[in-house]
Design a binder for this molecule. Structure first.
Ligand code: FES
Length: 123
């Protein structure tokens, strides 16, 4: 029903804001993909915990409510550019009811190593 709908705001690198209605239980990566949000390079490994391009920055209060981060996620986060104290990987965070009205920020810098190597080849 409509009660499991959660309103989320994403702020993209350029400051553009997307407001979407997400379903409880979806990962934030799934939200971005299902809603076709144009966040460049987001979720390159499709949730396999292998790229860190789904890096998102949370507000402090929200971050505290997210619960523990797995060791695997921490390892990937360590490789992310622009890591903050309230960073998580979007593919590992699932939408909960309390998130209604939450704003998450896409970090300005991304580090998909594969993409950078590609760009080098092309230049
Ligand atoms: Fe690659 Fe989350 S989508 S680590």
């Amino acid at each position: 029903g409509s009660t499991d709908k959660v309103l989320l705001h994403f702020v993209n690198r350029d400051g553009e804001k997307f407001t979407v209605t997400a379903k409880e239980g979806e990962s934030l990566l799934e939200v971005v993909m299902n809603q076709n949000l144009s966040i460049d390079g987001f979720g390159a490994c499709e949730g396999a915990l292998a790229c860190s391009t789904c890096h998102l920055i949370f507000e402090e209060d929200a971050f505290r409510q997210l619960g523990p981060t797995s060791d695997e996620e921490l390892d990937m986060l360590d490789l992310a550019f622009g890591l903050t104290d309230t960073s998580r990987l979007g593919c590992q965070v699932h939408v909960k009811k309390w998130m209604n009205g939450l704003t998450v920020h896409v970090p300005v810098e991304v580090s998909d190593l594969r993409k950078e190597l590609e760009a080098e080849k092309q230049s």
